[in-house]
Design a protein around this ligand. Structure first.
Ligand code: ATR
Length: 493
């Protein structure tokens, strides 16, 4: 069930927000600590959905800093007025005497970390007179989410029967950007509720997505125990369009799966830790395309030759690496330029994407020169692939017919920079930027101004994602839908 918290600071605004949630929420949480003088009677009289009354004190991350008796009284008043749920902090439950028919949620918040003893905390909270337990912690690493999933599974949250003994229903997830996946997957592991905000800026806790995104992008209302997991490994991942296109494609084909953004700092720990979740497939992006290679169980011949992976498929527990960047980039280049044989290509960058594209170009017979901020990396890659390399300072002196940017320079949010000075761009030259967010990068704008022909990152992104989707599902990707989603998203950014 999806709960939308109301964080307005006046009764009138709160009432308006309560009405607005009615299409999206299963449950509405009224945060009484945000409202100066809450008019409970009015707020509860007009409720379109069951209500949780919460009045969080500052010590538990809320805004109420008045006397404890006043706070408890407010909650008891909500109970008397028929609120379906009342949330009370673990250290205050003794003081709540009036309960009426309300189900009591006993809550624990940890704004510092996700402690190792979650099961102990659950046992302690469960051993109270409450009906439902809520444990919310902070994720400092993506693997912290695993502790919460384990807890939900261990306590059998999915099967716990409300109002019966110790196996009390559990609401559990992690806060913060790194906890986002636990909010989306809460229904898969049996959390009684998950939370989404009414709008951007109306969040009641760090890392809360909007309810519209929870439902419209991640289809949280359709997630269940059987939902298969896919996701993007990268850092950062917040800007990625992957979740929009892959989730839309799963929906279109009626596949019960969800695609998540995994912001990964420690790749080895992540790959090991997440094996237990049986993630069916990954996309891999900056900066992990090469680093993931030794952590996999096997490689497709093309990925092995390239030495970089942007797609992982879980084949009966074995993580197999593929590369769809190379084919996708070459397809876009050939659609624009035709035959690539003997074309003089100047390629900026020496990372995983550069490796895949340079490899593909060499195979097509192009004459490739690498240029990179870190010259040594360009030299090593050039030696490996049998192409040329030059110092970065020489970028304006090279006579290329095609210039390709494979770095992340110019990508959202730092969109006003180009990887090369404008003098490197000559009239008639083809300029291809693999950055797709934004579609018109600073590099492409300057290239057009100087009379170059340009290719943006859309088709490469689309083709690599489509091939990836086909490797995961064995079904043709809905290419038109995927393109529409990308264009729509880029327009609204
Ligand atoms: P990926 O595997 O996705 O290609 P990567 O291996 O981290 O990611 O490579 C990123 C590429 O972008 C590298 O060529 C990097 O240059 P360095 O080798 O010097 O690090 C390049 N890059 C990233 N940020 C850059 C910047 N601000 N200026 C110039 N080049 C940059």
């Amino acid at each position: 069930m999806l709960c939308i918290p109301i964080t307005a600071d006046t009764n009138e605004k709160a009432l308006q927000d309560v009405q607005e949630t009615s299409q999206l929420a299963d449950v509405i949480e009224i945060r009484l600590d945000y409202i100066a003088n809450p008019d409970l009677e009015m707020l509860l009289r007009h409720r379109p959905k069951p209500i949780i009354a919460t009045c969080r004190p500052t010590r538990e991350g809320g805004r109420f800093d008045g006397p404890e008796e006043v706070r408890i009284k407010l909650l008891e008043q909500a109970v008397e007025l028929g609120a379906e749920f009342v949330d009370i902090e673990h250290d205050s439950i003794q003081q709540l005497h009036k309960r009426g028919k309300a189900k009591v949620i006993i809550s624990y918040h940890n704004f510092k970390e996700t402690p190792a003893n979650l099961k102990e905390i659950y046992a302690r909270l469960s051993d109270s007179t409450a009906n439902i337990v809520k444990i919310v912690t902070t994720a400092n690493d993506i693997t912290d989410n695993l502790k919460v999933f384990r807890l939900l599974e261990e306590v059998g949250a999915r099967h716990a029967v409300p109002l019966h003994g110790n196996g009390k229903p559990l609401i559990a997830f992690c806060m913060g950007e790194l906890g986002l996946i636990s909010r989306i997957l809460a229904p898969k592991y049996g959390s009684y509720l998950t939370f989404g905000s009414l709008d951007v800026g109306k969040e009641s806790a760090p890392g809360q997505l909007t309810a519209r995104e929870m439902l419209g992008v991640y289809h949280v209302d359709k997630i269940n125990q059987e939902t298969a997991l896919y996701g993007l490994i990268g850092n950062p991942v917040g800007h990625s369009l992957g979740p929009y296109i892959h989730n839309a494609a799963f929906r279109e084909l009626g596949i019960n799966a969800v695609y998540l953004p995994f912001k990964v700092e420690n790749l080895r720990e992540f790959v090991q830790g997440f094996k237990g979740l049986k993630v069916q497939g990954y996309s891999v992006t900056i900066p992990h395309k090469e680093a993931i290679v030794p952590l996999l169980d096997g490689l497709d011949p093309l990925a092995r030759e390239i030495g970089a992976v942007n797609t992982v498929v879980n084949k009966a527990g074995n993580l197999m690496g593929y590369n769809t960047d190379s084919t996708a980039a070459l397809r876009e280049l050939e659609e624009g330029l035709g035959d690539l044989r003997n074309k003089k290509v100047l390629l900026i960058g020496a990372g995983g994407a550069a490796r895949a594209i340079a490899f593909g170009l060499k195979k097509k017979g192009a004459d490739v020169t690498l240029i990179n901020r870190t010259e040594d990396r360009a030299r090593r890659l050039a030696q490996e692939l049998g192409c040329h390399y030059r110092r970065f300072e020489d970028v304006t002196k090279i006579d290329g017919e095609v210039l390709i940017n494979t770095t992340s320079v110019g990508m959202y949010p730092k969109t006003d920079v180009s990887p090369v000075p404008p003098e490197a761009l000559r009239p008639g030259m083809w300029v291809f930027d693999i950055v797709y967010n934004p579609l018109q990068t600073c590099l492409l704008r300057e290239a057009e101004e100087r009379g170059c022909r340009t290719l943006d990152g859309l088709r490469m992104f689309l083709y690599q994602a489509a091939q990836q989707f086909e490797l995961w599902t064995g079904r043709p990707a809905p290419l038109e839908l995927m393109e529409r989603v990308i264009r729509e998203k880029l327009k609204t950014k």
